[in-house]
Ligand binder design. Sequence first.
Ligand code: G4P
Length: 191
Amino acid sequence: MKELEEKIKQYGTVLPGNVLKVDAFLNHQVDPELMLHVGQEFAKLFANEGITKVWTVESSGIAPAVMTGLAMKVPVIFARKHKSLTLKNDMYTADVYSYTKKTTNRISISKKYVAPTDKVLMIDDFLANGQAVEGMLEIADQAGVEVAGAGIVIEKSFQPGAGELKERGIRVESLARIKSLADNKVTFVED
Ligand code: G4P
């Protein structure tokens, strides 16, 4: 997606450890117009799939996921990372390890908002090691719902997540694919 690549080129900065900082438009300050276009693009890519719900993980997945749900006219569920006072029992859960932050989060989705007839599209801001999507797949498995695929805003193609998901037969659609962040420079995968 050209508009997204241009934003990354203009505002993205590379931090040590192969981290791309995009908090100017994606995961701190959010560019709503760009997010709307991101949502519309996912809706186009996954049109005619019979998707009934969009799933993501809090917090940075919420903006692109909500715009996708808006464009597809389906509800959006964000898996919670923290124990909630009101969400107690009747949750599907999975443990998600973050290689970047070296922490494990238990993510959970209330059974109340999951139907066995659901067909789910998973949305996330980054796909690096694939742990967040793996966690959502584990929950989908527990719930017995069908998965249409994963819509990713920024894929770090040099990390293993995308390849591993595709090997498992999961459809992955990424709007920007980064080949390298070496020498503080963002290089995209050529289409
Ligand atoms: P994964 O995202 O594929 O699961 O891989 P990984 O375990 O490496 O990622 C852990 C966290 O770090 C995720 O956020 C992910 O979005 C974020 N992340 C990975 N690579 C980058 C990067 O290059 N730049 C930025 N800005 N973030 C990156 P999270 O722990 O789920 O937190 P949240 O930000 O969604 O709350």
